[in-house]
Design a protein around this ligand. Structure first.
Ligand code: ZN
Length: 325
């Protein structure tokens, strides 16, 4: 299984900053130690280009990001100080998801060890998210005619508000989010399917809700590819999470997602998304387990032709978005 790492492109953050930048390098080391990814399959993605980013993001926003002319208010909402390193890092992170999506179509599953920046909307960044990697990857593959329809399975504990807005009126992309009802962001635009959960939701309740959501989303999306945001932040000891999943519960979550997609021969591109555990090692352990499981499921994928039935572009025969359950 191919995995994409961009941790060499890091951000100069003050030591007191909430964002756990160190998790990315730790995760890369860990997936090699675990032998979830072979050294030759761990690749550095190219930076997403302006023309790729413009498939989703407004030209004026992109320019303000690239030139460092974001307003103070925009920087505050983003939650990260501007630097040239931030721009390069954000481009690489999007590049990782584009590459993961390409390899998922070939191998069934592939992973970006970063990405999942789902709070970024077309014209603005927010909540540590500069560009929306999943949205850009979908638009790139659609523009190339490689896919027609996509499904976003967003299991980060926060609602993917940027993703929901970007695809709000687009029947070719089905957005599914399972998240904390009382969590950031305050204003919650609607995904195609939202499952808001109460504070303190634990494993069994979460997994039941996810099972229902997955079945409905897979049934309604008619997708050629799924993007899985495997946020580690529903974890009980996450500082920003408010839910109460155990590590075993999060692994069960990953298995449910991978198995449901495998059952339908739906390729999956995985992004890591959030993770703010009190102990950074916990976030890394959760995400390393996601990668390990992804590689196990990749091994179960029917291999060989690189163009399975899931690659069909015959979208007329697919169920339309928004149909009844
Ligand atoms: Zn999150």
């Amino acid at each position: 299984m191919k995995a994409f790492a961009s941790d060499r492109y890091t951000l100069p953050l003050p030591p007191t900053h909430t964002f756990p930048m160190a998790k990315y390098a730790m995760l890369r080391q860990r997936v090699i130690e675990d032998q979830s990814v072979a050294a030759q399959d761990l690749l550095e993605p190219p930076a997403a280009t302006d023309s790729e980013l413009r498939l989703v993001h407004h030209a004026d926003y992109l320019e303000r990001v690239v030139c460092g002319t974001l307003t103070e208010r925009e920087v505050r909402e983003l939650g990260l100080p501007w630097s040239e390193a931030l721009v390069e890092r954000s481009r690489r992170s999007v590049g990782g998801t584009i590459q993961a999506a390409r390899w998922a179509l070939k191998d069934g599953l592939a992973v970006n060890l970063a990405g999942g920046t789902h709070h970024a909307a077309a014209g603005k960044g927010a909540g540590y998210c500069v560009f929306n990697d999943v949205a850009v990857a979908i638009r790139v593959l659609q523009a190339e005619g490689v896919i027609a329809r996509a499904l976003v399975i967003d299991c980060d504990v926060h609602l993917g508000d940027g993703t929901a807005q970007i695809f709000a009126n687009d029947p070719s992309v089905f957005t599914f989010s399972i998240h904390g009802a009382k969590n950031y962001p305050l204003r919650k635009p609607e995904s195609d399917l939202d499952i808001p959960l109460d504070d303190g939701t634990s494993d069994d309740e979460y997994l039941e809700a996810l099972k229902y959501g997955l079945a409905a989303a897979l049934n309604r999306s008619g997708a050629d590819i799924a993007f899985y945001l495997a946020g580690a932040d529903p974890y009980a000891d996450d500082r920003l999470g408010r839910l109460a999943l155990s590590m075993a519960g999060l692994a069960a979550r990953d298995r449910l997602v991978f198995q449901a997609c495998l059952d339908q021969r739906l390729p999956v591109a995985v992004s890591m998304a959030g993770g703010y555990a009190r102990q950074i090692a916990d976030t890394v352990a959760i995400q390393a387990e996601t990668v390990k499981l992804a590689s196990l499921y990749a091994g179960r994928w029917p291999q060989g032709n690189g163009a399975g039935p899931w690659n069909s572009l015959d979208s007329d025969s697919l169920p339309s978005k928004g149909g009844s359950l």
